[in-house]
Design a protein around this ligand. Structure first.
Ligand SMILES: [Zn+2]
Length: 93
């Protein structure tokens, strides 16, 4: 009995954490343009009702991919900044 109750509690806690980590964003209503703060989730449709005109909006999540900063190209400048003696060595290359 006790174990079953504990498992149930753990499950509910997990569900609660999922809610906390949900990402929210401000979007403009497609009808009146009013800004609405809505939670954005990848596992469900993110429809919302506008707080002003109460019309139903559909949300489409657009994912953008970008290159992360090239670590090799920044490493050299970090070395120059932290060790002044190596500056002359680098400039000879
Ligand atoms: Zn609206």
């Amino acid at each position: 009995m006790g174990l079953l109750l504990r498992l149930r509690e753990t499950h509910e806690e997990t569900e609660r954490i999922k809610q906390y980590t949900a990402v929210g964003t401000d979007v403009g209503c497609a009808y009146c343009g009013e800004s609405n703060y809505i939670p954005v989730r990848m596992d469900i449709e993110n429809n919302f009702k506008c707080v002003v005109c109460e019309k139903e909006n559909s949300v489409y999540v657009d994912i953008t991919v970008a290159r992360t900063t090239d670590i090799k190209s920044t490493r050299k400048s970090v070395k120059v900044n932290t060790n002044e003696e190596s500056v002359s060595d680098d400039s000879r290359e």
